[in-house]
Design a protein around this ligand. Structure first.
Ligand code: SAH
Length: 289
């Protein structure tokens, strides 16, 4: 197996194929073998898994995944990587590479068609310019049992933060609604070529089989969460008032009281269970105004 984390080998491949890193495609390639090894070992992926990788690059994580998983499907946007990947991961017969934009891919169809009889998981060193939309897409597709990703450290902290902390956001609530996130380890900038400006971190999201709290209407739940975070440093009442024009402040105060929430509370202190109760109460008031 070609060591695609060896800097000499990387330089050789760059020269041989005239490959140039694209900043726009978020290309920062791993140069330290321990990183993909540790990502895969801590992801819990084994031979019973079908793994979707996004952005294989030169294939360091792909190689480790192919060694452990039953099957690997990798989605890569950059077609100029085709000949490089043929050389670096061409030997694996449990790998399929699809040259497409991961944001446009129909993930449930890929999973259904490619991972028959296997436990679907996702694992990626995500291109940082689309971290949040890709992660949302992976979770919202509801077809992976776990999602292990490398992201910017500050995004990892946001995903894993607790209610009331400065990093807590609607993205945190979304991730925690679909999964139980866990911060695994940091990856310093010197582990990549070219080196990114920020430290990275690996997060494992164990996807929930059941919602963390009973929710009447998912769309209304997420609308409530977005409204609560839309205006920072404003009270929840003001946020709801701005986000739910169909209710007046009196009605919203009554809804909050029903949920045991003080009129001065801020949205960013609410737990997922409190958001669920709030959204369910709004839902009920909408049924009988
Ligand atoms: N996994 C490799 C490369 C990470 S860099 C490594 O760890 O070394 C991110 C990779 O994602 C690049 O290969 C880039 O071309 C690819 N990429 C960027 N945008 C993408 C998209 N929308 N869909 C699929 N792949 C994408």
């Amino acid at each position: 197996m070609i060591d695609v984390c060896n800097i000499q080998k990387i330089k050789e491949l760059l020269g041989k194929y005239g490959f140039r890193f694209s900043k726009a495609k978020g290309q920062n390639f791993l140069t330290q073998r321990w990183v993909p090894e540790r990502i895969v070992s801590e992801s819990g992926i084994d031979s019973t898994c079908g793994v979707l990788e996004i952005g294989p690059g030169f294939g360091p994580l792909t190689q480790e995944l192919c060694k452990k998983a039953g099957k690997v499907v990798a989605l890569e946007l950059d077609t100029t990587l085709k000949p490089v990947l043929a050389e670096t991961v061409g030997e694996f017969d449990n790998l399929e590479i699809i040259f497409t934009d991961a944001m446009k891919a129909d993930l449930p169809t890929v999973v259904a068609e490619k991972f028959h009889g296997l436990r679907p998981a996702a694992c990626a060193n995500l291109p940082y310019y689309i971290t949040s939309p890709v992660l949302s897409k992976l979770l919202e597709s509801k077809c992976f049992s776990s999602v292990t990703v490398m992201v910017q450290k500050e995004v990892a902290q946001r995903i894993c933060s607790k209610a009331g902390s400065a990093d807590y956001s609607s993205f945190t609530v979304m991730c925690n609604y679909y999964a139980e996130p866990e911060l695994l380890f940091d990856v310093p900038a010197h582990c990549f070529i070219p080196q990114p400006k920020v430290t990275s971190a690996v997060v494992r999201l164990k996807v929930r089989t059941e919602a963390p709290a009973p929710i009447r209407d998912e769309t209304l739940f997420f609308r409530t969460v977005r409204a609560a975070f839309a205006l920072r440093r404003k009270t929840l009442l003001n946020c709801l008032s701005a986000g739910f024009g169909e209710f007046n402040k009196e009605q919203l105060t009554e809804i909050m009281e029903h949920c045991g929430l003080s009129p001065s509370v801020r949205g960013e202190t609410l737990t997922i269970e409190q958001f669920a109760l709030l959204a369910n109460t709004i839902w009920e008031r909408k049924q009988k105004p």
